[in-house]
Design a protein around this ligand. Sequence first.
Ligand SMILES: [Zn+2]
Ligand SMILES: [Zn+2]
Length: 350
Amino acid sequence: MLRARYIKSSRHDETKIRSSPQVPTVPIGTQTNIMSRRVANLNAASQPWERLYYFGDRLRARGQTIPGSIKNIVSLDQPGLEDEHRELFQLVQSANAQTAAANENIGNAAAMIPSNFPAACHRIMDVLKFHFRANIIRSREDLIGNRALVYHECRVSGLVPEMIEALKEWEDNIGELREHLEDLTPEHDEVERDLQARLACGQAWFDPYTQQLDYEVTETIGPKVPISGFSRPVDPSQAPGLTCPICLDDLCNHQQVVQLSCAHMCGADCLSVWTCSNADQANTCPFCRAKLFVQRPRAATTWFQRYSRVHTDFKRLEAELALITQDIETVAHLMYEVAPNDIVLDTPGR
Ligand SMILES: [Zn+2]
Ligand SMILES: [Zn+2]
């Protein structure tokens, strides 16, 4: 949650101890991106099948058909092989290879989706399975290159009705998401305006190193604990050649040196900066991490709590909307390939 950042400068009075909250990010990012790439692979695998249709159309226009079996073509060097058969053999080889690769991706993808993954991942899995089934049908020897038979088989096998069903459901989901987003927009605009106003008047700022909102404005923290409560002054001459673990300067260069309960010594000013910071380990010895005092209580400020809740919800909805739109477009595209007459959506994603 909180990341501490210790910035060491050459002069010990410039030692700064910082930490900053992570503005919450959308949790459904990474896995779905990986999945989307797999869908892109599947789309690429469809292309040779599309070209096979044209090949079949061309033959049929001349009253010919694709040979019932292409298994008797064993290599492109086979004597007596006609150019068209050569082309067909190449196309089928390429289609089968791409489909095999794509289907392997499906297996990998299925293994990647534990049940606690977001709905978006399960939806992408559905998209993958639709492609898988379409490719199985398109690669059947008795259907290869025959558009009409492939369309028919896709319909009677239940693939097309299921795709239509899924598209309807996802379109409904898009409607709900849009409504939620609209409901949330006024509050989202309000918290964004509030943040902009705070940034403008210096009540909030971004940490230049992390580009996140600085913790100092997003958190309240309990009162500072005086170092006299857990350290005692010692004579710097008692520490010849020892270094302050905070500023790394010789202890004898410090005005006042103190000893902690763990017997480690450091500069009094350095210790004060260290223990008064918001850093996670500010209540420990900088050398051995021995606990010095009870951690100061902290809590997110009310405005930041609200900002981060609304901001996160809004971004999550936006991301989900983009993902579902993409999935609808992918399946609609597959519909054009295997059942163009059954397309029920005028515009994918409405
Ligand atoms: Zn020091
Ligand atoms: Zn110590």
